[in-house]
Design a protein around this ligand. Structure first.
Ligand SMILES: Cc1cc2nc3c(=O)[nH]c(=O)nc-3n(C[C@H](O)[C@H](O)[C@H](O)COP(=O)(O)O)c2cc1C
Length: 476
C-alpha cells in the first residue's frame, strides 16, 4: 500500500455493535467527522421489521425504501410489517421468518432491503466512509446482507467471531451481481452443505457494484498470517481485538480457561504479536481498551493505522441503547460501581461474552431463572444433520428439553442466555410476551473503563458521537 493510500485510511473506526447499538445515526455522525462509521448487521431484518411495526415515526425507513432498486420488494415488506401509528397496545411484534439453509424469498428480500436501509440512511447526505459489521457465526444471513449493503454503496465490511475465509471472494462475486454459494458449518454432517444466493432474485438491472474493503476482526497473529497468505482469503486489513473488548471475545487459549471468580481467564497466550501482524503488510487497527487519546497515539506508535472503539460510542446519544441503559451505565461510571464480567457461558455461541451487572436485567440469576426459555428469533441456531436425514436447527438457549431432544449436548446450556431477545430489548425493541411481560435486556460493554471514566468527567450527562471523536483526537 502506498503512503497516499495509507494516509487516506481513517484512524478511528467506530465498532459495529450489535444488535443495532451501532445505528445508522451513530455511524453517520462518526463518518461525517472523518472516522469510519460502522452499522451493525446482526438481526438487521428483525430490527427493521420492528421499527416498521413501531410506525417508523420519522419516516426514515420508508425514505430509504423509496430508493431500493426493486419497489415491489419494498412494497411487500411494508405490507407485512408497517403499522401506521405503531402497534396496537398489548400487541406483540410479528416475527420475521427464521434464517435457514433454504431461505424463503421473503427472508432474503428482508435481509437485503434491511441492510440496504441501514447503510443508505448512514450515507444519506454524507460523503464519509460507512462500514457494516457482521458476525461470521451467523453464516446464514451473510450473502443477502452483504448484497443489500453493497446496493447502498457500503465502503467497508468488517467481520469477526469466526474465520472469514470466504468473504473476499464473496464480495468480488457479489459486486459482479453473480450468484454465490458459501459453505455452511453443519453439525454432525456426513456431507458438505452450502447456502446459495442469487442477486438476480432482487433485480435483473443492477449495474456492477463497488467492491467494499474487507477488514477481518481477529485476536491472533496466527490467524492474520493464515488469512493473508492466499489471494482468495486475504482481507484488506485487520482489526486486532483484545480480550477487554465489549461483546463477544475469542475463547481463551490456555487450558484452565476459567478463573476462580467464574470468569473466562485470559493470559499472555491471548495477546496477538503485532510485529507478526505487521509482517502481513496489511493495514491494521487495534481494539479493546484503546479509547483514549493516549492510546490512539500508542497504537500508531505500534504500527497500527489507528484504533477501533466500541464502548465510548455505545454510550453516545446517537447509539441504539435505550436512554435508561445509557443513564444507568453513566451513573455506575460516576459512582465507580460499573462491573463488567466475562461470562464464559452466557452466549449460545460458546464464546465468552462481556456482561454488565445491572439489576432488573438478565445478568441477575433470579431474572434469568424466571424467564421462560424460547427461541423465536433464532439467529444463533446451529444447523445439524438429523440421524434420519434432513437438517434441523438448535440453540443452547432454547428450552432445555427441546435442545436435548435435538441431540444438543453442551453441558453448560442451562446457563446459555437468549442473546437475540435480550439484545433486542437493549435497544427498546424487546418482545412482549403473552403474560404481559416484556423481554429483559442484557447489557454488554468493554471491561477497560479508562476512556469512559475520563469522558464522563468531561461530559457527566452523556455525550455525542462528535464529542467522542473530539476527545480521541484531543492531543493528536
Ligand atoms: C455494546 C457492544 C456491542 C458489541 N457488539 C459487537 C458486534 O456485534 N460485533 C463485533 O464485531 N464487535 C462488537 N463489539 C466490539 C466493538 O465493536 C469493539 O471492537 C470493542 O468494543 C472495542 O473495545 P472497547 O469497547 O474497549 O472500545 C461490541 C461492543 C460493545 C460495547
Amino acid at each position: 500500500m502506498s503512503e497516499t493510500q495509507i494516509a487516506a485510511l481513517p484512524d478511528v473506526i467506530q465498532g459495529g455493535m450489535g444488535i443495532a447499538v451501532s445505528t445508522w445515526l451513530l455511524a453517520r455522525e462518526v463518518s461525517k467527522t472523518g472516522g469510519l462509521g460502522v452499522v451493525s448487521a446482526t438481526a438487521i431484518d428483525s430490527v427493521v421489521a420492528r421499527r416498521l411495526q413501531d410506525g417508523d415515526p420519522a419516516e426514515d425507513i420508508r425514505r430509504a425504501f423509496a430508493h431500493f432498486p426493486n419497489p415491489d420488494i419494498a412494497e411487500e415488506v411494508l405490507h407485512f410489517y408497517f403499522k401506521e401509528g405503531g402497534r396496537t397496545t398489548g400487541a406483540p411484534y410479528l416475527d420475521v421468518p427464521k434464517l435457514s439453509l433454504k431461505p424463503s424469498k421473503l427472508t432474503n428480500n428482508l435481509l437485503v432491503i434491511s441492510a440496504f436501509t441501514e447503510v443508505w440512511l448512514a450515507k444519506e447526505n454524507n460523503s464519509g466512509l460507512i462500514g457494516i459489521n457482521l458476525l461470521e457465526k451467523i453464516q446464514l444471513a451473510t450473502p443477502a446482507t452483504l448484497y443489500g449493503a453493497m446496493l447502498a454503496g457500503v465502503d467497508y465490511v468488517l467481520m469477526g467471531a469466526g474465520i472469514p475465509t470466504e468473504i473476499p471472494e464473496l464480495l468480488r462475486q457479489l459486486s459482479d451481481n453473480n450468484g454465490v454459494k458459501i459453505a455452511v458449518d453443519v453439525s454432525e454432517a456426513k456431507s458438505k452443505h452450502f447456502l446459495a444466493f442469487d442477486p438476480k432474485q432482487i433485480s435483473q438491472k443492477v449495474p456492477k457494484l463497488n467492491r467494499p474493503q474487507f477488514l477481518a476482526i481477529i485476536s491472533s497473529h496466527a490467524l492474520a498470517a493464515y488469512l493473508a497468505k492466499d489471494d482468495k482469503t486475504r482481507p484488506d486489513g485487520f482489526i486486532v481485538e483484545g480480550a477487554t473488548a465489549g461483546g463477544h471475545n475469542a475463547p481463551p487459549r490456555s487450558k484452565d480457561a476459567i478463573g476462580e471468580d467464574g470468569q473466562s481467564k485470559f493470559t499472555a497466550l491471548d495477546e496477538a504479536d503485532l510485529t507478526k501482524v505487521a509482517k502481513t503488510q496489511l493495514p491494521f487497527w487495534l481494539a479493546g481498551g484503546y479509547g483514549t487519546p493516549e492510546n490512539l497515539a500508542n497504537a500508531k506508535a505500534l504500527g497500527a493505522i489507528g484504533i477501533q472503539v466500541g464502548s465510548l460510542f455505545a454510550l453516545a446519544n446517537e447509539s441504539g441503547f435505550t436512554r435508561e441503559i445509557k443513564d444507568e451505565l453513566l451513573d455506575q461510571l460516576s459512582t465507580d460501581t460499573l462491573n463488567v464480567k466475562t461470562d464464559p457461558f452466557a452466549s449460545p455461541t460458546g464464546f465468552p461474552f462481556k456482561v454488565v451487572e445491572i439489576e432488573g436485567t438478565l445478568s441477575g440469576a433470579s431474572a434469568f431463572d424466571e424467564r421462560a426459555r424460547n427461541c423465536d428469533l433464532g439467529y444463533l441456531r446451529v444447523p445439524f444433520e438429523r440421524p434420519q436425514g434432513g437438517i434441523g436447527y438448535r440453540c443452547p438457549a432454547e428450552p432445555l428439553k427441546t435442545f436435548e431432544f435435538k441431540g444438543g449436548t453442551s453441558q453448560h446450556n442451562s446457563r446459555s442466555k437468549c442473546l437475540c431477545n435480550a439484545l433486542m430489548a437493549d435497544i427498546g425493541l424487546g418482545q412482549l410476551r403473552v403474560d404481559g411481560k416484556v423481554e429483559l435486556p442484557l447489557v454488554t460493554f468493554g471491561s477497560d473503563l479508562a476512556g469512559a471514566k475520563e469522558l464522563s468527567k468531561i461530559h457527566p450527562d452523556g455525550w455525542s458521537a462528535i464529542q467522542v471523536m473530539d476527545f480521541l483526537h484531543k492531543t493528536n
